[in-house]
Design a protein around this ligand. Sequence first.
Ligand SMILES: Nc1ncnc2c1ncn2[C@@H]1O[C@H](COP(=O)(O)OP(=O)(O)OP(=O)(O)O)[C@@H](O)[C@H]1O
Length: 371
Amino acid sequence: MSDADSPAPSTVASETDEEPVLAVENLRTTFYTDKETIRAVDGISFDIGPGETVGIVGESGSGKSVTARSIMGLVDAPGRVEDGSSIRFKGEELVGKSPEQWREIRGNGIAMVFQDPLSSLNPVYTVGNQIKEAVRLHRDKRGQEATDVAIELLEAVGIPDAARRLKEYPHQFSGGMRQRAMIAMALACDPELLICDEPTTALDVTIQAQILQLLKDLQEERDLSIMFITHDMGVIAQVADRVNVMYAGEIVESAPVVELFEDPRHPYTRGLLRSIPGRQQGERLETIEGDVPTPTEEPTYCRFAPRCPKAFEDCEAVHPVSVPVESGATDHTAACLLYPEDRSREEAVELHRSRGTDADADTTADAEDDQ
Ligand SMILES: Nc1ncnc2c1ncn2[C@@H]1O[C@H](COP(=O)(O)OP(=O)(O)OP(=O)(O)O)[C@@H](O)[C@H]1O
């Protein structure tokens, strides 16, 4: 049996051999609205190893934020993480936990940094009060002890004169300082996994670079694992060890960062890379025509096909699953009928077709193996 034939194609091992800090398997998150059923995250799998940064990249609407919210236990009605999804943090299954248990996990190991610090910080309280509140909640410290930890945290994120700045209000901080303060609050629970959802999108380029460097430094000092969400391929190139490219709720390509940039395989990833300003000097900046579709039905076709320059007839009739881009490529996968590349077109299409119909059988077999 060749590598391309072997089962469980969608889980790609992280770069390290250690047990992953986060293991997401067949995650499905659906929103049931009056009008439609939105399959916002539709069967994605990936791991994050200790001290590793995994990037999730894709256009607006591809399902990045819903992935983050699912992992944080922050999906509310009309949304639901479907049965059969698995999110394991340090080996512990999180799917099915009660809201209280989720709160406990968010305070003990997983923290999140959002895009817009101004809307996450409360304008009527000082920055110090808000960091101290996080310290009280997560470290059970009060009074001077909490103040001391808050000062330590502000210093850790590179805010000078921390004792004085604790007394200031969010509007007295610059955009970059506010994001540093948010990162300090996230660190209050001493996380092992930091989920960053577009943390630098609202900042100008110089400040963006400083925050990215801060995250790298903190990662090194604290052996943090980071899941980094962005629509910006330029940012992902700077921070990620491995990249998962999302499109309409699915991971369409996954590879170590250098390989993804040097040898992108999925037509969508190639399109995203062609639209980075300055990447191909002198060449016209291209965009991918059209928008990400809202995934509302069980896919029996490739969701990218309508925008794909490489689409052929079968793309309308067969749902591509993640396969190695060529036999033996263990850490580079693409969900595209063009792969594995060393197969004939007919063989590759047949592989995807049979994998699609076998998916339910595989899930049942996996569940039986676990017992
Ligand atoms: N509360 C909700 N109710 C209904 N649909 C939702 C809800 N939240 C997200 N969605 C849908 O889920 C899909 C994925 O959204 P998501 O926010 O994860 O995309 P994204 O890739 O993070 O985009 P952006 O960069 O714009 O945030 C979209 O079609 C969106 O409309």
